[in-house]
Design a protein around this ligand. Sequence first.
Ligand SMILES: C[S@@+](CC[C@H](N)C(=O)[O-])C[C@H]1O[C@@H](n2cnc3c(N)ncnc32)[C@H](O)[C@@H]1O
Length: 395
Amino acid sequence: MECAYHRSGVCRSCTWIARPYAEQVAAKQDAVVRALAAAGVTGAEGIAWLPPATSAPAGFRTKAKMAVGGTIDRPTLGVLDAGLRGVDLSACPIMAPPLASAMPGLSRFIRRTGLLPYDVPRRRGELKYILATCADDGALLIRFVLRSRRQLGTLRRGLPLLRELVPGATVVTANIHPTHEAIIEGPEEVVLTDAATLPMPVGDIVLRVGPRSFTQTNTAVASQLYRQASAWLTGGAPAGGADGAAPGAPRELWDLYCGVGGFALHAARAGVPAVTGIEISGQAIDSAREAAAGLGLAPDAVRFVAADATRWARSQGRVPDAVVVNPPRRGIGEDLARWLDGSGVARVVYSSCFPATLASDLAAMPRLRPVAARLFDMFPHTAHAEVAVLLRRAA
Ligand SMILES: C[S@@+](CC[C@H](N)C(=O)[O-])C[C@H]1O[C@@H](n2cnc3c(N)ncnc32)[C@H](O)[C@@H]1O
């Protein structure tokens, strides 16, 4: 893919951009296969690899983290260079179309409201970042990261102007980040719109996305991931058993590290009669419950609990028929891996964004054999790989 920012050297995020796309995908899958073999995962050589779920090479990224620099008259939306000065990347070609079309309006909004970009070396100014998430239908969640509450009034009064300049602006918040640190966001979030969550159609459902919740960055590929996990869990059969259960589907499923509920809600929709999602973020759990209600799912069919995944699983005193785990990069860790291995659960879907921890976790679960796997290319033009593996208990 062609990118003027990469060619001129101002942005090097897409380190693999010069490689043909098919070669990138093959190299990622190869790296995962090697990581599993190197970790000594039992049964790794027998995995049936499904054809990779590929991405559009451009316009796929549904989240933008734009550092704001420059001046009120000429703001930059992009990154900070080595001297901590703003570099504009507002025409980045991997941004999804609703984000790309919002960028000129956001620059105009800064100019018209006089929100002063934060100057890191001088520690002056107010607006540090704009963090935006889009749904495919064009609706946007826009977060303004401010140094203090001083400009909250300006933002509030500016909402009608923002909606005029960026018509998709559905949820707008101010994140207050007073300290001079490298981290992007601060502890306080002020929701400025009536709507506090963004409706986001993904696969067969509509998720609700709040300002601080994790969501996958590539909606088209995430849709394929959730559908694949559902098909693995239900044997690919459609819903419609006597009690609504899909034939061959588990009766009970736990979705550990469920975020706003993508796997859990897909499984419930596909006919798994009792689904529980576990997630550490209370806000994500609120969003998952809102989405479940929006889908008309009964509270006893799918429930969401804010808890630590390992502690919660270990405290139940029973096991479900199937478990989905989709942890952060650090993986599920030895404690949960050992518990799953000894638990008697028959089927596990492990969705991972970091092959090294996937490999060490699978190596710690020798009684759960990897039978099928698929690469989901959420992050084209980088070495990052998302991979899902179906595990079955060895006889
Ligand atoms: C890779 S995300 C997956 C989210 C979700 N499955 C999805 O598809 O969007 C990992 C999630 O794990 C959550 N998390 C982190 N530590 C956790 C813990 N100890 N127990 C439960 N959830 C945790 C994070 O808040 C985040 O939402």
